[in-house]
Write a protein that binds this ligand. Structure first.
Ligand code: NOJ
Length: 496
């Protein structure tokens, strides 16, 4: 029986630091701003706060281009501010996670400055350098996240270097033991300071094929299978990456409480996702993008939940997240701003078994904002400029003013570990038992009735009205409810 870890059943809350709360009046959010509103997060029921990148950076990709892994970006605060945040959050029972970027550094990082100074420089091998391909062009066909070749020509040293994101984000060479050593020291540095764990950027991408083989073509466009007509068979999801997480997990588990490793595992196959949990010896949590991009409808979403639970190793804790700083906000993607749907989605996110990760403003139903072109600050635009709107749509300031959020505050769920789908419900309705609760959500435009459980409390209706259940329960279009289970639903649950 696996041990209970603090993040199982927890609510984690992602803060895009620059956009949350500005304490020093410079117009940008900062660590002191977060400290000043910790009471709000405590009230919301948050167990852990994940801060978007906080380390010094030239901000070509807003902190995902790190120039110093052991410090704090001066525009966000100081290392003392971060220590205070950890201490103040701790007093309120909350833990603080940082964002770690191990796939690449900034080109301004001293390692890369040295590496690009000469072929025989001390840090040259920290990065992926290669000679031109046979025709004189890039070494292979790999494409970066913007749709351009993933290789930048470095005329001074006569080689290309690899960048899966911007040219100012050179990829690290994980075949080099020294890179492993550096990152273990970085982990220790922050763990020793009381950081509760890391969200690991591009966790699926650390190792690349040693032979730098060409990626095969992708027949159908699908953001989860690949981009720009390529399946990243040789540039991501390499088997050697798992060894990195086994090492880090062994280290994280030496701390008390154990430090959390939460991976940004951008994979379209739930078996591949499951593999990142290892044999309970790799990542503790792995983001599930199949769920993120599932249709907000039945049977699509319940199907992904069922498949996820079936594929994850026994005891592994699933992660339910539907918004972040890259994919945009679920209130727009799933709900098109419809308040009924937003409340339903929050109900689902907060009651599924596992860990819920909310993005700041999810709790009040913040939607994407179309930022005018002259105000956009996202230079990377995952998927390429033509592929869609800038990621700034989901990085707009937290809407603190209740008059603009129209009182849409919605409480999120509690720790729940058991899940079983209830069978006898109409099409388009999703009902499940989650620990002591029964949840029913009507994912359709029509009113429906579902079997009720006489005498059972309805604890919450997303429409606001609550009361006792009867023989049947009516659900308005896009309405959901939570009942307290007293065992009467068990005959409707398929045997597992
Ligand atoms: C994933 C991050 O979430 C995204 O914002 C960033 O641009 C890329 N990784 C590159 O670090």
């Amino acid at each position: 029986m696996p041990r209970h870890r603090w993040w199982q059943g927890a609510i984690l809350y992602q803060i895009y630091v620059r956009s949350w709360l500005d304490a020093d009046g410079d117009g940008y959010g900062d660590l002191r701003g977060i400290i000043s509103r910790l009471d709000y997060l405590e009230w919301l029921g948050v167990d852990g706060i994940w801060l978007s990148p906080t380390m010094p950076s030239p901000d070509q990709d807003w902190g995902y281009d790190v120039s110093d892994y052991l410090s704090v970006h001066p525009e966000l605060g100081s290392i003392d501010d971060l220590d205070s945040l950890v201490a103040e959050a701790g007093k309120r029972g909350m833990r603080v996670l940082l964002d770690l970027v191990p796939n690449h550094t900034s080109s301004a990082h001293p390692w890369f400055v040295d590496a690009s100074s000469a072929r025989n420089s001390a840090y040259r091998d920290y990065y992926v350098w290669a000679d031109p391909g046979p025709g004189g062009g890039p070494p292979n066909n790999w494409i970066d996240a913007t749709g351009h070749p993933a290789w930048e020509w470095h005329a001074e040293s006569g080689q290309y270097y690899l960048h899966n994101f911007l040219p100012s984000q050179p990829d690290l060479n994980w075949w080099l033991p020294a890179v492993h050593h550096e990152f273990k020291e970085i982990l220790k540095f922050w763990f020793d300071r009381g950081i509760a764990g890391f969200r690991i950027d591009v966790a699926h991408g650390l190792y690349k094929d040693a032979l730098l083989r060409d990626n095969p073509p992708l027949a159908h466009a699908d953001p989860l299978q690949g981009r720009f007509g390529q399946r990243p068979v040789y540039s991501a999801n390499r088997p050697e990456t798992h060894g990195v997480f086994r090492d880090w997990r062994a280290l994280a588990d030496t701390y008390s409480p154990p430090r959390l490793l939460l991976g940004e595992t951008w994979v379209g196959d739930l078996r591949a996702l499951a593999s990142y949990y290892g044999d309970d010896d790799e990542l503790d949590l792995a983001f599930n993008f199949v769920f993120v991009f599932a249709e907000f409808a039945a049977p699509a979403l319940p199907g992904v939940v069922a498949q996820t639970l079936a594929k994850l190793p026994i005891g592994a804790c699933p992660v339910w997240m539907a918004s972040n700083h890259d994919v945009g906000r679920f209130a727009t993607r799933w709900c098109n701003g419809d308040e009924r749907k937003i409340k339903l989605a929050l109900l689902v996110l907060g009651t599924l078994p596992g860990t819920t990760v909310l993005y700041y403003g999810d709790e009040t139903g913040m939607t994407d904002v179309q930022v005018p072109a002259d105000l956009q600050r996202d230079t990377l635009r995952l998927g390429g400029a033509a592929a869609g709107s800038s990621r700034d749509r989901a990085r707009t300031p937290m809407q603190w003013d209740s008059s603009t959020s129209a009182g849409r505050k919605t409480e999120v769920g509690t720790a729940i570990t058991e899940y079983a789908q209830v069978r006898a419900v109409p099409d388009g309705v999703w009902s499940y038992v989650a620990g002591p609760l029964v949840i029913a959500v009507n994912l359709t435009d029509r009113p429906v009735t579902i079997p009720g459980f006489p005498g059972t409390d309805i604890l919450l209706r997303t429409s606001g009205a609550a009361g006792l259940t009867n023989q049947v329960v009516s659900l308005a279009p896009w309405e959901g409810l939570v009942m307290r289970s007293d065992g009467q639903v068990s005959e409707q649950i398929p045997a597992r």
